[in-house]
Design a protein around this ligand. Structure first.
Ligand code: ACM
Ligand code: ZN
Length: 453
């Protein structure tokens, strides 16, 4: 869907309401606007009961999104969220006119999608025996002693895809490789360089055991997994991860070193690039394109890859200059797992400080880029990593209202953004959240540690 296709006009005059759009998606976005023009009580179960008079203010609205990609991410590996909870997340996304759900399905701490060819991935990889308590920077670690897990059957994943599509949201699945793969390796130890038995991770972080880049069986496996994933998700894109892959196992692995020699790769970064390019070529046979985290720039970018710029916007700038598509999701503005208020008064979070005002201040198009290069910036995304988020209520609290600021950053032209006016609309939206039973942060929304950038 191009940007303008999601546009609509809404006119409300006495006695009639007319909504027009070139696309069904645009009509759906327009309905969300109309919904927000109704009093928040309209969200009550059963809708507006007789006693509540609903008047929609007379208006004429011409509206269209600034960016064609407006994403919200959810990590269901660190903590599992049920089908019903994911649907609720999609409902919240729809209200805010998001159009992409980035579903982070695999990581060190859990494999969450049924793969029929490799049932061990969910038999073994979807459960961890316990979970770290606190930040656990260094030993001794303490654990909760409670098994945690869960996964989606392929039928359930299809149900999520349909539920999202009904809201004109595309689901982009992420299958992490070559790093963040401990849950897969625990299920199939032959995926790693050493072949040693591992357990599904119970702590957070970045781990040395990754998929071996030398063994052909690893690629047979990944292709088999992606065959099934590609069949479930109609999205043009599949996210292959690519972030935070330590190279120490590859440096010491005869198979990886042999691969480097055979392929003429000068270092392990080039080996990672070769790994990602191999997967990209394979997915293109399914008519799919890849997205990867900005580490996929290291050692050479796979030819058609889209880059998710998370370690700041540098990677995004570099990729756009190379004429690659980019999605901006820098930790500095788009990591909704960071603290949104002062840490001492907030539930434990991964770290950082990202108040609403700072999220809202994000400008996705870097000044360093020419207008021609800026065209490669497809849009923005908020990320919700769930190491420290284990319930739906806490998930909502971390996501909102910051996801509202992400959505507006994706939708509204820079010159029309005004934080004070945004806050006044948040007052009304907050009533809507309250009636819908949605939890959200209600503390200081301002960037109390200094001006937003
Ligand atoms: C990431 O936050 N590791 C992409
Ligand atoms: Zn290896």
């Amino acid at each position: 869907v191009s940007d303008n296709e999601e546009g609509y006009t809404l006119s409300v005059a006495s006695g009639n309401i007319v909504l027009k759009s070139p696309s069904a998606a645009g009509l759906f976005r327009g309905v969300q606007t109309l919904r927000q023009l109704l009093p928040p009580q309209a969200e009550m179960a059963g809708g507006l009961a007789g006693e509540v008079a609903a008047a929609v203010p007379a208006c004429y609205i011409t509206d269209a999104p600034r960016f064609g990609y407006r994403g919200l991410h959810l990590d269901v590996s660190r903590h599992f969220f049920s089908v019903e909870e994911v649907k609720r997340y999609l409902d919240i996304m729809a209200l805010h006119k998001f159009n992409v759900f980035h579903w982070h399905l695999t990581d060190d701490q859990g494999w969450r999608i049924e793969i029929k060819r490799y049932p061990e991935l969910t038999d073994v990889g979807s459960w961890r025996k316990e979970t770290l308590i606190g930040h656990g920077g260094r030993p001794p670690f303490t654990f909760d002693g409670t098994p945690h897990g869960g996964y989606y059957t392929q039928e359930q994943a299809r149900e999520i895809v349909r539920y999202a599509a009904d809201r004109f949201i595309t689901v982009i699945p992420e299958i992490e490789m070559p790093g963040h793969a401990v849950a897969a390796i625990a299920s199939c130890p032959w995926l790693s360089c050493t072949g040693n038995d591992l357990e599904v991770q119970t702590r957070w972080g970045v781990f040395d055991d990754v998929c071996c880049a030398g063994r052909d069986t690893v690629f047979t496996f990944l292709k088999g997994v992606l065959d099934e994933v590609a069949a479930i998700f109609p999205s043009q894109y599949i996210h292959i991860g690519g972030d935070e892959c330590p190279k120490v196992r590859w440096e010491n692995c005869p198979a990886c070193q042999k691969r480097m020699k055979e392929e003429g790769l000068k270092d392990e970064h080039e080996l990672q690039s070769w790994f990602i390019t191999t997967m990209e070529k394979y997915l293109s046979t399914h008519g799919k394109r890849i997205i990867g985290w900005d580490e996929i720039l290291e050692g050479g970018l796979a030819p058609g890859a889209t880059v998710m710029s998370w370690r700041g916007i540098k990677g995004g700038i570099e990729a756009a200059r190379m004429k690659h598509d980019v999605i901006m999701t820098p930790t500095t503005h788009m990591y909704l797992d960071y603290y949104q208020g002062e840490p001492q008064s907030e539930p434990l979070a991964i770290g950082g400080y990202l108040p609403l005002e700072l999220v809202y201040s994000f400008e996705p198009l870097p000044e360093e880029l020419t207008p021609e290069e800026q065209k490669y910036i497809l849009g923005v995304q908020g990320n919700v990593w769930t190491e420290y988020i284990s319930t739906l209520s806490h998930l909502e609290y971390m996501a909102l209202p910051r996801a509202f600021a992400v959505a507006e950053t994706g939708w509204t032209p820079e010159m029309k953004k005004d934080f004070e006016e945004f806050l006044s609309r948040l007052d009304v939206l907050g009533e809507r959240y309250d009636i819908m039973g949605i939890n959200y942060f209600k503390g200081d929304y301002r960037n109390s540690r200094g001006r937003a950038e």
